[in-house]
Design a protein around this ligand. Structure first.
Ligand SMILES: O=P(O)(O)O[C@H]1O[C@H](CO)[C@@H](O)[C@H]1O
Length: 310
C-alpha cells in the first residue's frame, strides 16, 4: 500500500509511528515463523514481569530466543526471559511471549506492540496479556490477581499512541472503538473458573504510564481519582493494538506491590518486590490461564462442530 507521506522519494517515517512496522515487515516476521513451526495456535500469551513460568509449562515446544526472530529487539528487563515459545498448554496449541518489550527500554510503542500484529498474521484469534502492577485501590492486597476490565493510559492520548501514522486497513480500522477492548465473555469465563477454584479475583481498571520510574504520590492520587485500581508500565498499548487487529483480549494483572499514596511514607516500590511477589503468586495465575485456555478451546471446537452440523 502506498504511503501517503513521502519526502524526497523516501517514506517520511517519524521515530514514533506505526509505519515502523508496515504490513510487509510484519508479514516477513510472521512468514519466517510459519516456515519454522507446524503448530497453528489460535491463542497467544504475553508473560509479565516474573510471570514467565507460564512459558515453562508448555510442552512439545519450539523455542525461538528473540535474538533469532527477525526485527525482534532484546528483552532487557529482569524477569523477562526473551523467548517466543510455541507449544501446548493443557493440550491446546499456544504461542507464548516469555517477556515483553517496554517503551522505557528505549523502544517505540510501535515496536512494543508489533508482536500483536505478528499474532494477527499468524492467524491468532485471542491474546492473554499478563502483567505485574502496583495496587492503587486501597482494598487490594499484595498477591491479589486483578482481572482488567478497562484501562487508563495517558500516553495513548498523545502522539505516542502506536496507531499514529499511516493506517493499513489490513491490520485494522483508522478509528478503532476502544470501549470494549477487554472481551466480556472472556472476563465472565475467567471469573467462573476462579470461583470454581475458590480463587478470589479482583476486577479493576489498569492504568499505565511510561516508566521506568515508579509514580509520585500525587500521580497515584490522580490516577485513583480517575478510577484506576492498579498501575503498571505496559499492557494497555498491547491491548489496544491487539483489539485494533481484531483479536479478543483477556488482561490479568498481578498486584505485586501496594502503590504508596501517603506522602512521606517510609515504603517505596521496587522491582525486587515485584519479582518476588510474582514468583510467589505465579502458580495460581498460571493455573487460571491454563484452565482458561483449555475452556476457550473446547468452546471453540463445540461451536465449530455446531456450525458444521447446521
Ligand atoms: O508490566 P510488566 O511487564 O509485567 O512489568 C511491570 O514491572 C516492571 C516494574 O517493576 C515494569 O516493567 C512494569 O510494567
Amino acid at each position: 500500500m502506498e504511503h501517503p507521506v513521502k519526502h524526497d522519494g523516501h517514506l517520511n517515517v517519524n521515530a514514533i509511528t506505526n509505519s515502523q512496522f508496515s504490513f510487509d515487515k510484519v508479514k516477513e516476521i510472521a512468514d519466517w515463523i510459519l516456515e519454522r513451526v507446524e503448530l497453528r495456535p489460535k491463542i497467544g500469551i504475553v508473560c509479565g514481569s516474573g510471570l514467565g513460568g507460564l512459558g515453562d509449562r508448555l510442552v512439545e515446544t519450539k523455542i525461538f530466543p528473540y535474538s533469532e526472530v527477525p526485527h525482534f529487539p532484546k528483552s532487557t528487563v529482569v524477569g523477562h526471559k526473551g523467548n517466543l515459545i510455541f507449544g501446548k498448554l493443557n493440550d491446546v496449541p499456544v504461542v507464548c511471549m516469555q517477556g515483553r518489550f517496554h517503551a522505557y527500554e528505549g523502544y517505540s510503542n510501535a515496536l512494543c506492540t508489533m508482536p500483536m500484529k505478528v499474532f494477527k498474521l499468524l492467524g491468532l484469534e485471542s491474546v492473554i496479556l499478563t502483567c505485574a502492577a502496583g495496587g492503587i485501590n486501597q482494598s487490594f492486597e499484595v498477591g491479589d490477581i486483578m482481572l482488567i476490565k478497562d484501562h487508563i493510559a495517558p500516553l495513548l492520548w498523545t502522539l505516542q499512541n502506536p496507531l499514529v501514522g499511516h493506517n493499513d486497513d489490513r491490520f485494522g480500522p483508522r478509528f478503532p472503538a476502544v470501549n470494549r477492548i477487554y472481551t466480556k465473555h472472556y472476563r465472565d469465563l475467567i471469573k467462573e473458573i476462579a470461583s470454581e477454584k475458590s480463587l478470589e479475583l479482583k476486577d479493576g481498571v489498569y492504568s499505565s504510564l511510561g516508566g521506568p520510574c515508579y509514580e509520585t504520590v500525587s500521580e497515584l492520587r490522580g490516577l485513583l481519582q480517575l478510577g484506576a485500581d492498579a498501575v503498571g508500565m505496559s499492557t494497555a498499548h498491547e491491548a489496544l493494538v491487539a483489539s485494533y487487529c481484531g483479536l479478543k483480549v483477556l488482561g490479568i494483572a498481578l498486584i505485586t506491590n501496594k502503590a504508596v499514596i501517603e506522602y512521606d511514607s517510609e515504603n517505596y516500590p521496587n522491582h525486587e518486590e515485584v519479582i518476588d511477589t510474582a514468583n510467589r503468586r505465579a502458580k495460581d495465575l498460571e493455573e487460571l490461564v491454563s484452565e482458561f485456555v483449555s475452556r476457550t478451546f473446547v468452546q471453540k471446537v463445540d461451536m465449530n462442530n455446531n456450525e458444521m452440523s447446521k
